[in-house]
Design a protein. Structure first.
Length: 555
């Protein structure tokens, strides 16, 4: 829920591969703003249409009864591959996903009697014009059912239709009507839209460039047959635009046009032939200009450059141990410097401690646990000390199960965390462009709840993409936090119970680019005070201890 960085000293002493999303993984959202109906609505402010409007700030909710339904008309028979539900607190414990070609005869594609709410991504197989949720058991008996969004996806026709089709635009020469090439934009030149790095972007220049029309084009190197274009928009998106092709870069033919662009991710299945492909924007969505994180062109021909290969997804449960520290050292011994880098220095976020490398702030307890201790003592102008350590330049990982067994301290202002940072931060990429994965954060003022959160350029700090979840008093015993991470997303667990599902496709369609397909390193720390946990008080105990039984990574 906030920013955290290495100290300047650690950065000076420490020394990105953003990878392709192949066309074969593409899906298209087919339900947004399609006609929706329901058995009931709670009141006029929660109609069925709000469940498919693409806005996670509006919702559908039903009457307060157990038997309810919600359905969407896709408009034509469609091969359905997945549904996603972003539940409000009043979720369904038991429900079925049903498919129909006529709206009257239904076939079950999925059923559960143990729904957990939150954000669900459900694979289904079948062809349907109508998709329905048949809701039969409420999680909260005094209410009905409610969700922010119900999304239906199809992969039929959204993948490139011929086996030889692939990404044609990676690393190819790019031009634009204007570009923002200054430190405030990191910079935002045209080539950034074609680098397969979803944390870099193209933007039109604010000096004379925030006008209509605005355009960006790519030279594929030779004539190509275009089958698909994928645009990942920044909030400065085009309300009206065309996708155009050209043989010479001068004479253009539209192959797609819209006047109702809504930003975020657009998967466009359009056919055309040309060496050059252009997004030609004619109406901006705001007073700002145009900006794209990624502009990907798929098809055959051209003169493509192969992007870096991505690692295979783990098969969960992952069993191959690739990193572990069991903290079995003698009492008073310090963390293993072959695995961990001590990160002394001043913190961020308004925290009041100084991080030291000393054994009094981080050492083994002699019974198989690491002790990270916050102490009330003066150091470097601060009145409190604690410890922060990371695996930067010693171990980093892309995909797998990352877990730690931790006992957290209780007390106002205490803030223990187990988290990951994108390792390109160590090469100078600033936060949040490198990405941050917070597997566990607990605030000492309320150790009956925890947080798991993602931070990226489009969603960070207090606007991070995450989940707060209630649980037992976490300060009374050890608990296991874990993340299972692959190319489709990150699932977060507490003691084996899934507490949050960050689905890549959902994030791209609702929040912004997914920047977590590269290597990250691990971090443990205990902060004192700050913007998120709030201040310490006279009742905060010192010393306070965060105990770590183990850290393990499996692939």
């Amino acid at each position: 829920m906030k920013r955290r960085l290495l100290s300047a000293a650690a950065l000076g002493g420490l020394l990105t591969a953003f990878l392709a999303v192949p066309a074969a993984a593409a899906e298209v959202l087919v339900s947004q703003n399609k006609p929706a109906t329901a058995s009931s609505m709670e009141w006029s402010g929660t109609p069925a249409a709000s469940g498919v409007d693409g806005d996670n700030g509006t919702r559908w909710s039903s009457a307060f009864a157990a038997t309810q339904w919600f359905q969407v008309d896709l408009g034509a028979s469609t091969a359905v591959s997945r549904v996603a539900i972003n539940w409000e607190a009043a979720y369904a414990r038991a429900f079925q996903v049903q498919l129909s070609t006529n709206g009257s005869s239904w076939t079950n594609a999925y059923a559960t009697t143990s729904g957990t709410g939150g954000q669900q991504s459900i694979a289904v197989t079948g062809t349907a014009r109508y998709v329905r949720l048949n809701l039969t058991q409420r999680a909260i008996e005094t209410y009905g059912y409610s969700f922010w969004e119900f999304q239906v996806f199809s992969d039929s026709g959204t993948t490139n239709p011929n086996p030889g089709n692939g990404l044609l635009s990676y690393g190819k020469p790019a031009r634009a009507s204007s570009e923002q090439n200054d430190p405030q934009c990191n910079p935002c030149t045209a080539d950034k839209a074609f680098d397969n790095d979803p944390a870099s972007r193209w933007a039109t220049n604010p000096t004379g460039g925030w006008v209509d029309p605005g355009w960006i084009q790519v030279d594929l190197g030779a004539t190509a047959q275009i089958s698909q274009v994928v645009l990942q928009w920044d909030p400065a998106y085009a309300r009206s635009y065309q996708i155009q092709v050209s043989a010479d870069g001068a004479n253009w033919t539209p192959i797609f046009s819209t006047t109702t662009g809504d930003g975020l991710k657009d998967v466009i299945n359009a056919s055309g032939t040309g060496r050059y492909v252009r997004m030609y924007g004619t109406a901006r969505s705001s007073d700002y200009g145009y900006s794209l994180w990624e502009f990907s062109v798929y098809g055959t021909g051209g003169n493509p450059t192969a992007p870096p290969a991505k690692p295979a997804d783990p098969v969960f449960p992952a069993t191959r141990l690739v990193f572990a520290d069991e903290f079995n050292g003698a009492a008073g011994s310090k963390p293993d410097t072959a695995k961990w880098t001590y990160d002394p220095g001043f913190p961020q976020n308004g925290e009041v401690q100084y991080y030291t490398p000393d054994s009094r702030n981080a050492s083994m307890d002699g019974t198989g646990a690491l002790v990270i201790e916050a102490r009330k003592e003066a150091s470097n102008g601060r009145d409190y000390t604690s410890h922060r350590m990371n695996t930067g330049n010693k171990f980093s990982v892309q995909y797998g199960r990352i877990e730690a067994r931790v006992k957290v301290p209780k007390g106002n202002g205490l803030w223990p965390a187990f988290w990951l940072m994108g390792d390109d931060f160590l090469q100078g990429r600033p936060w949040p462009y490198n990405g941050e994965i917070d597997i566990m954060e607990v605030l000492g003022r309320n150790t009956g709840e925890a947080y798991s959160t993602l931070h990226a350029p489009a969603y960070n700090g207090a606007g991070g993409y995450g989940q707060k979840y209630a649980t037992v008093d976490l300060s009374q015993d050890f608990h296991v936090w874990a993340a299972e991470w692959d190319s489709k997303g990150i699932r977060f667990f507490l003691d084996g119970r899934k507490v949050f599902d960050a689905n890549k496709e959902t994030v791209e369609n609702t929040r912004g680019p997914w920047i977590f397909d590269h290597k990250f390193y691990l971090i443990l720390n205990l902060a004192v005070g700050g913007d998120f946990p709030g201040p310490i008080d006279a009742g905060t105990p010192f010393p306070s201890r965060m105990l770590v039984d183990y850290v393990r990574v499996y692939q």
